[in-house]
Design a protein around this ligand. Structure first.
Ligand code: PEP
Length: 251
């Protein structure tokens, strides 16, 4: 059982999917459910953020620039995101790390920029199958965590959310078992606890990787899992609500 002070979060990462019709459907569907114990975050593509009617949920962005403004074609700043009431920003997602070559240093810089703006980073880490098979899982995750720890300091982990997303489970239908998720979440919490016990106990750690309405409850029931970052299933309002309800019932 999670301590009361860790509020579960379920964040939906639409990636480069969705359209105005889905924005309307999701806004309407979420407006009809009571989810008092879970913070729900919807992260559509940037151009749709202003169309979301986020009555009883929060808006999240999928990416942001590490720069504050100026000649950076195609980029979006934290202040622009704030103009459309964004509260959360996904950073360090494995797709951005892989396809847009965002390394640990840039991810750390972006986390710092997001925090400076008073927004909440959803800071993603996760290993490939090869790293896991080579027995380098914890070393690899520690490196990803340390890059951000070194840049913003452990106290700032009170102002962010960590998402553990094993790359082999993203969009593959191959979910980590609840035990595998718990093992890594416990490691993450211990890693932070070695620097600051209180921050670690209050740190919200989400699991991401093929979460759906059928497996959410068993994953979220793990003591160090505080909700989920959901990709594919966040595009289906009814399925996404089912996942939110699973997290809502944790308390
Ligand atoms: C994601 O990309 O953040 C994710 C978890 O995707 P999926 O749920 O589709 O595996």
């Amino acid at each position: 059982m999670q301590p009361q002070n860790r509020q579960p979060i379920v964040a939906g990462n639409w990636k480069m999917n969705g359209d105005p019709a889905l924005i309307e459907q999701m806004s309407a569907a979420l407006a009809q459910v009571e989810l008092n114990n879970v913070k729900v975050v919807v992260c559509p593509p940037t151009v749709y953020l202003s169309m979301l009617n986020a009555k009883n949920f929060s808006k999240g962005a999928q990416n942001v620039s590490d720069k504050s403004g100026g000649a950076f074609t195609g980029e979006t700043s934290t202040s622009m995101l704030k103009d459309v009431q964004v509260e959360y920003v996904i950073v360090g997602h494995s797709e951005r790390r892989e396809y847009y070559v965002e390394d640990n240093l840039l991810v750390a810089e972006k986390v710092a920029t997001i925090l400076d703006a008073g927004l909440t980073p959803i800071f993603c880490i996760g290993e490939s199958e090869q790293i896991r098979d080579a027995g380098q899982l914890f070393e690899f995750l520690a490196e990803q965590l340390d890059a951000v720890l070194n840049r913003v300091g452990v106290k700032n982990f009170a102002n962010l959310v960590v998402a553990y997303e094993p790359i082999w489970a993203i969009g593959t239908g191959k979910t980590a078992t609840p035990e595998q998720a718990q093992e890594v979440h416990h490691f993450i919490r211990q890693h932070i606890a070695s620097k600051d016990e209180k921050v670690a106990q209050e740190l919200v750690i989400l699991y991401g990787g093929s979460v759906n309405g059928a497996n959410a409850t068993s994953i979220f029931a793990q003591p160090d899992v505080d909700g989920g970052l959901v990709g594919g299933a966040s595009l289906k309002p009814a399925e996404f609500i089912k996942i939110c309800q699973a997290a809502n019932e944790l308390r």
